[in-house]
Design a binder for this molecule. Structure first.
Ligand code: MLC
Ligand code: AMP
Length: 496
């Protein structure tokens, strides 16, 4: 068995003429063609000065070449660092300064921005939504074979930033072993094979769309219908031809709004997977009633890859996230020691799937990753005698909207910087489409300020999905006797 990502996911397909990716234009690339494209891009990375261990930042549209770029970075021994395409200049600045990449690949429209952010330190190549740009232009001229740079299983393959509870994003260092071991567990557990056709409608800058979906498909040699974004009608058209869908809960609530969703439509489908945010039991039940399929819910994090999954063959219980994956240990703890079955505690996880620590943040790493190898997730849960896990809440102050994480502290920092704002509290309320939605309670020093005025000053600094949907102006924030802001009170007061 090979133990580095390139060998396990890509090299095995050098002679494989089976179809791999089909995009929205109907273009299909075979596995062999895809591996050839990876080699061309790997040559381009090396030409741009990328050496083993260097970070390659990618803020690019969802294209076949963007996935090839991931393969190329890994083949060249570099560290792949994808960024959400919604991030603003001030968000991108932090990532570039923290990760000090050797190369940035971005949409041509953002080239000037990145040139400003990187000064002389990094090369910049472009990749536009139509596939044009300096990356493809250079790659087209390169050989379709590249001598893979040798890497060890503990070397880094990717750096994925996850928002921080203290406001600053933390780069999760993921090794070849972290990613490969998880892909192997999931492929086996979910019985993914070359007979599968996956509908891929997730973004490819997060662990769900990039690793859970792509790495498993690559490992199995499955076919992938690669959709630029989620569109419920387009998915309805693909379901009769497909066997597998992976999505966030919003995918399923939106599909349920489609009258065409019937058992006949999904007759070929083998498995629907949900994760990244809690799937409401009522969504699970409604989906089963409409299609006959019980959605398989799994649980994971950027730092740990996937942690638990409901069983493929056994009982999938709505509202639970199933059992620890093979090779992964899950403990529920109180003050660091395991609690009894059924009791609520912190979910902790250990295994080959758990990351190497936070980039440049040894203290943060020490706070969250124990010497014993257990990672403290910040999620609260219970475990039955037989090991079934249920997530009951979060200790971390986090809002999950449509599968995207929003850390209130980061949004509060931006609001508090608005002249005339005394303080703010950002919190999540239930939302029928996104699961949760963000609101902001704001206390003013300058009473001439309006909600619209605050929004106008906040929005340029934050990706749109983080924007509060409403600003509530209050005379004071609710506080407990210790002086701590009571977000539960805000949630209760404004949840409708
Ligand atoms: C888009 N918008 C959102 C949003 N997505 N607002 C809040 N929350 C979201 N999730 C906003 C846009 O900024 C825009 O705002 C408006 O909604 C319409 O944008 P859109 O692009 O048309 O949105 P839509 O296609 O409806 O996207 C919804 C979605 C998408 C659910 C399909 O958000 C999505 O693909 N989410 C998946 C996220 C994901 O992959 N998470 C995995 C993280 S990994 P405006 O203001 O311009 O109108 C992880 C670990 C694990 O969590 O276990 O997997
Ligand atoms: P991220 O930091 O983006 O990787 O998001 C990880 C977080 O998403 C976890 O810590 C959980 O809080 C949440 N999450 C992922 N999957 C699930 C799930 N199935 N149910 C509830 N929460 C989930």
């Amino acid at each position: 068995m090979t133990n580095t990502l390139y060998d396990a996911l890509f090299a095995r397909h050098t002679q494989n003429d089976a179809p791999f990716l089909t995009d929205d234009n109907g273009q299909t690339l075979s596995y062999a063609q895809f591996v050839g494209r990876i080699a061309q891009i790997a040559h381009t990375l090396v030409e741009a000065g990328v050496s083993p261990g260097d970070r390659v930042v990618v803020q690019a549209p969802k294209l076949i070449d963007t996935i090839a770029l991931y393969g190329a970075a890994v083949q060249a021994g570099a560290v792949y660092l994808p960024l959400n395409t919604a991030y603003t200049e001030s968000e991108a600045r932090y990532f570039v300064e923290d990760a000090t990449p050797k190369l940035v690949i971005c949409d041509a429209g953002n080239q000037a921005t990145f040139e400003g952010l990187c000064a002389q330190a990094a090369q910049i190549l472009t990749l536009a939504g139509d596939g044009s740009g300096s990356l493809s232009r250079k790659a087209d001229k390169k050989p379709r074979h590249f001598e893979t740079v040798a890497r060890g299983e503990d070397d880094l393959a990717a750096l994925l930033y996850t928002s921080g509870t203290t406001g600053r994003s933390k780069g999760a260092m993921l090794s070849h072993k972290n990613l490969l071991s998880n892909a192997q567990s999931l492929t086996e557990l979910w019985q993914i094979t070359e007979a599968d056709r996956l509908i891929h409608a997730l973004p490819i800058f997060h662990t769900h769309g990039l690793f859970v979906a792509m790495n498993t498909a690559l490992l199995a040699g499955a076919q992938v219908r690669f959709m630029a974004s989620f569109d419920a009608s387009a998915i309805i058209d693909e379901l009769p031809k497909s066997t597998l869908l992976m999505g966030v809960p919003t995918f399923y609530t939106r599909l349920l709004n489609k009258a065409q969703l019937t058992p006949a439509l999904v007759a070929k489908m083998r498995l629907f997977v949900s994760g990244s945010a809690p799937l409401l039991a009522e969504t699970h039940t409604a989906f089963e009633a409409r299609t006959g399929h019980r959605i398989l819910e799994r649980y994971g994090m950027t730092e740990t890859n996937m942690i638990t999954s409901n069983p493929y063959d056994g009982t999938r219980v709505a509202g639970t996230v199933g059992y620890a994956l093979p090779g992964t240990e899950v403990e529920i703890t109180g003050n660091g020691t395991p609690v009894a079955a059924g009791e609520i505690g912190m979910i902790e996880v250990r295994g080959d799937n758990v990351f190497q620590g936070y980039w440049n943040m040894p203290e943060k790493t020490a706070e969250e990753l124990r010497d014993t190898g257990f990672f403290i997730t910040g999620d609260l849960g219970t475990k039955t005698e037989d090991g079934r896990i249920t997530i009951v809440g979060r200790q971390k102050d986090l809002v999950i909207s449509g599968g995207y994480n929003i850390y209130p502290k980061e949004v509060e920092d931006v609001i508090n910087n608005v002249p005339g704002v005394a303080e703010s509290a950002v919190f999540g309320v239930p939302h029928s489409d996104f699961g949760e939605s963000v609101l902001a309670a704001v206390v003013l020093d300058d009473h001439a300020l309006t909600a619209a005025g605050i929004a106008a000053l906040v929005e340029p600094h934050l990706a749109r999905f983080k924007h509060p949907r409403r600003y509530i102006l209050l005379n004071a924030l609710p506080r407990n006797t210790m002086g701590k802001v009571q977000k539960n009170v805000l949630r209760a007061n404004y949840s409708d």
